[in-house]
Ligand binder design. Structure first.
Ligand code: FAD
Length: 670
């Protein structure tokens, strides 16, 4: 048997995962030859050059759209995440772990465990009492009541509730706690068939029976909440990307994220740590198996064609990314990159003189590529000598919370906490307001109150102390504002080297959509001209960039307003030790994440686009598209892993990494 070559273009989450599974996956006997075996070649190209290890070093931390930034680039020191930062843990040991309802990112959690990184996994919770600065007013969520509403002229009491209530009101049009999709498979069906089930007044633009997949979410929110209700939900939830005109059926599921039960986690090494280890594991596996691993950073796929059933590709170097510099053939090609990067390859391929099959430019492939909306985003990180937001701010974020999880119950059990109490605490609440398990409480009093109400008994002082000690969690905030910084996330002193002088990390701005252009203009000073076209500015590949003085002043001014009130001077926020940003609206990503467009059958798109020749009658070529952009879990690493896994399962005979009976990796399209 002749040796084969597999080529992966893109060393982000989807590309590295594919490489890892091609080297470590299992197949049935007759399909074993499809995996990488002794003498085969695995090529891994990337436009960028990430800092995987001393041997394979680069200009920034790995993970493509994940990029951990350590103070002074020292991995022992504190860090902030300038790209993807956390995952939703899947409790694979729970009795109901494999049903379709159990929350969590199953592949990410599994990869972390298999790579031995779970020892670094720590909670990354959101506060249930976030600080807001909206319409020049500072307030905490729990201060919002009908007597003290949020500063929005919203109908139907919306302004006296959480801004996320807007999502619930809209969702109630088709989904309630007892009706509507509950499992991943049922959601899958909903994306295709979900309809408005509520009776709506004549004045409503959308009506009972309308298919949600054919409605833009912004249109629907505006129709149901009115202008002010929409603005409150849009401003207050922090992510503008959640409220754009995307596919309403998918938005229902994605905005459901704000329900209890999600246990967010991250890695103490920084989220980039997962990709360092994944890369090193791939290298080692290739060596152990006698597979030639040919990693080529700073080299991008320029164009790709199938000529007489052979895949021909052209490569360009990073210093001249539009000019072909080399070419090759391969037995299978993975385009592990987001929509914009794919479009660049399609554009170059379009102008190749050829008689072969140009998969990317087939009309249906182009149509399906447009099903994924690009969502630009921007992050600004800072390091400070002091956590001034806790020690000096007039409006300090509440960063301690209490949450009872299964682990907390186990700890309490070991400490001889009365068993009858534990049984009662674990019981689901009849009234959602009194839910204890997996519900964050922002104060000790509020947790103790709900627990004692459930027990119908007072806890002793030592029992109170035990419960609070076991359930204490740090939260990251975030604080949310309608100012262009949009969200502030508090990383604090998270250095692994505890002996070093403490340095406190702050994600000073986390914003998306049109807010990215607010910051982009401040990247250049008033006397500076632009020298590099934005379309050729690939800064995110180089890494975090230092903030110029005016941009820094602008961020400090907005941080001062959030934490010290509307009239605060920018100097209320001290000068940081260091500050840097990444603009994810730049190439080759042009999006921090993606969202499904309305008026598409997203199941069919997911099924077909991963092997785009499926969209061309009579064609069949081993060119695959994997990654978050066309996944069922957009905006998450989970989506990148799931698309990669689905390709390996369905086209290479690889046995699924986990039981996927009730966890379809991608949408079925049925
Ligand atoms: C601000 C922000 C916050 C986020 N928050 C989270 C979070 O908290 N949790 C989470 O799970 N996810 C989060 N995400 C999303 C997550 O980072 C992405 O879903 C995931 O990293 C995407 O992986 P991917 O492999 O699909 O694509 P990418 O990470 O985009 O990787 C694509 C790779 O392809 C390379 N490339 C492009 N063109 C070519 C070419 N022609 N030839 C060769 N190589 C090429 C690129 O250089 C890149 O390395 C966030 C993202 C951002 C930006």
């Amino acid at each position: 048997m002749t040796n084969k070559t597999y080529s992966i273009f893109g060393a982000g989450a989807a590309g590295l995962y594919t490489a890892w599974r091609l080297l470590s996956g299992q197949t049935r006997e007759h399909e074993h030859h499809k995996l990488l075996l002794k003498g085969d070649k695995l090529e891994l190209f990337d436009w960028g050059k990430y800092d995987f290890s001393k041997e394979d070093h680069g200009s920034r931390a790995p993970g493509a759209r994940v990029c951990t930034w350590h103070y002074q680039d020292d991995p022992g020191k504190s860090y902030v995440e300038l790209g993807g930062m956390r995952y939703s843990e899947w409790n694979s040991k729970a009795k109901d772990a494999n049903n379709g309802k159990a929350p969590g990112h199953r592949l990410v959690t599994t990869v972390i465990a298999k790579l031995g990184l779970d020892q670094y996994s720590v909670p990354f919770n959101e506060s249930d009492n976030p600080l807001y600065y909206l319409r020049s007013e500072n307030f905490y969520l729990q201060d919002v009541t009908s007597r003290n509403p949020a500063p929005y002229n919203a109908n139907n009491y919306l302004a006296s509730l959480s801004p996320n209530q807007g999502f619930t009101v809209v969702e109630d049009l088709a989904v309630t706690a007892t009706t509507g999709p509950q499992t991943r498979r049922e959601w899958d069906h909903f994306y295709q068939h979900g309809k408005i089930t509520a009776e709506l007044p004549e004045s409503s633009i959308f009506q009972k029976g309308d298919k949600l997949k054919d409605i833009g979410y912004w249109n629907l929110m505006f129709d149901q909440l009115g202008s002010e209700g929409y603005n409150y939900a849009a401003d207050g939830n922090g992510y503008t990307s959640n409220v754009i005109n995307w596919n309403a059926a998918v938005a229902f599921q994605a905005n459901n994220e704000f329900t209890p039960g999600n246990q967010y986690k991250t890695l103490t090494t920084g989220y980039s740590g997962m990709f360092k280890t994944l890369f090193e594991t791939v290298k080692q596996l290739a060596k152990d198996k006698g597979v030639i691993f040919d990693y080529q950073p700073n080299r991008r796929l320029h164009s790709i064609l199938d000529i007489d059933h052979v895949i021909h590709y052209n490569i360009a170097n990073r210093d001249n990314p539009n000019k072909k510099s080399a070419s090759g053939t391969t037995d299978a090609a993975w385009l592990a990159m987001p929509r914009y990067a794919l479009e660049l390859v399609a554009q170059a391929t379009r102008y190749e003189s050829h008689a072969g099959l140009d998969v990317l430019n087939a009309q249906k492939v182009q149509l399906y590529m447009e099903a994924s909306i690009m969502q630009p985003s921007y992050k600004i990180g800072m390091f400070f000598k002091d956590p001034w937001w806790l020690t000096q701010a007039s409006y300090a974020p509440q960063l301690t919370s209490y949450e009872v999880t299964k682990d907390v119950l186990l700890t309490l059990e070991k400490q001889q906490f009365p068993e009858r109490y534990l049984l009662k605490i674990a019981r689901p609440a009849v009234d959602a307001q009194a839910e204890i398990m997996n519900t964050p409480y922002s104060s000790a009093e509020s947790l103790l109150k709900v627990v004692e109400q459930r027990l119908q008994e007072r806890l002793t002082v030592p029992q109170e102390e035990q419960l609070l000690a076991a359930s204490t969690r740090n939260t990251i905030g975030p604080s949310v504002t309608d100012n262009p910084v949009r969200m502030v996330v508090y990383f604090g002193n998270n250095a692994t080297d505890k002996t070093a002088e403490p340095v406190y990390g702050l994600l000073a701005a986390y914003d998306d959509e049109m807010f990215t252009t607010f910051w982009q203009e401040l990247e250049l000073g008033p006397d500076e001209q632009r020298h590099i076209p934005i379309s050729e500015n690939t800064e995110p590949l180089k890494g975090p960039r230092k903030l110029p003085p005016r941009m820094l002043k602008m961020v400090r001014k907005q941080l001062a307003n959030i934490h010290f009130g509307p009239n605060a001077d920018f100097t209320a926020v001290p000068e940081p030790l260091d500050a840097a940003y990444i603009d994810w609206s730049l190439p080759p990503f042009n999006a921090g994440y993606h969202a499904w467009a309305a008026h598409y059958d997203i199941g069919d798109v997911q099924q077909k686009i991963r092997k785009p020749s499926q969209l061309i009658p009579g064609a069949d070529t081993n060119i695959f598209i994997v990654g978050e952009a066309y996944s069922n879990d957009q905006a998450w690493v989970e989506g990148a892993y799931c698309t990669a896994e689905s390709v390996l399962n369905d086209f290479f005979g690889v046995i699924p990494l986990i039981d996927n009976t009730h966890y379809p990796f991608i949408c079925s399209g049925k």
